[in-house]
Design a protein around this ligand. Structure first.
Ligand SMILES: [Zn+2]
Length: 82
C-alpha cells in the first residue's frame, strides 16, 4: 500500500469538490417528492438520498449552483461527494 493514491485527472483539474451527477440529483428529487407524499418535507427524502450515496452538504464552500444562485439556490446547492 502506498501512502498517496494517484488522483484521476478529472478530479485534480480543479480544486472544487465533486458534485453529485445529474442522475443522482434527479433521483434525489424523486426521493424528495416521495417523502412529501409520505407526509414529510421535501428535504427529508432529498437530503437522506444524497447522504446515502456518500454526499455531504458543505457550508464552507462557494455556492455550487450553475448560475451561482442568481435565481435562487437549488436544493442540491453545496452538496458534494464526501
Ligand atoms: Zn447555490
Amino acid at each position: 500500500m502506498k501512502d498517496e493514491a494517484p488522483i484521476p485527472a478529472a478530479q485534480s483539474r480543479e480544486s472544487l469538490p465533486m458534485q453529485p451527477t445529474f442522475d443522482e440529483i434527479r433521483e434525489a428529487f424523486q426521493e424528495g417528492f416521495q417523502s412529501i407524499d409520505d407526509g414529510d418535507s421535501f428535504y427529508t427524502g432529498f437530503n437522506a438520498f444524497l447522504v446515502s450515496i456518500g454526499c455531504v452538504k458543505r457550508d464552507d464552500i462557494p455556492c455550487t449552483c450553475s448560475d451561482q444562485g442568481g435565481h435562487g439556490h437549488m436544493p442540491e446547492c453545496r452538496w458534494v461527494k464526501g
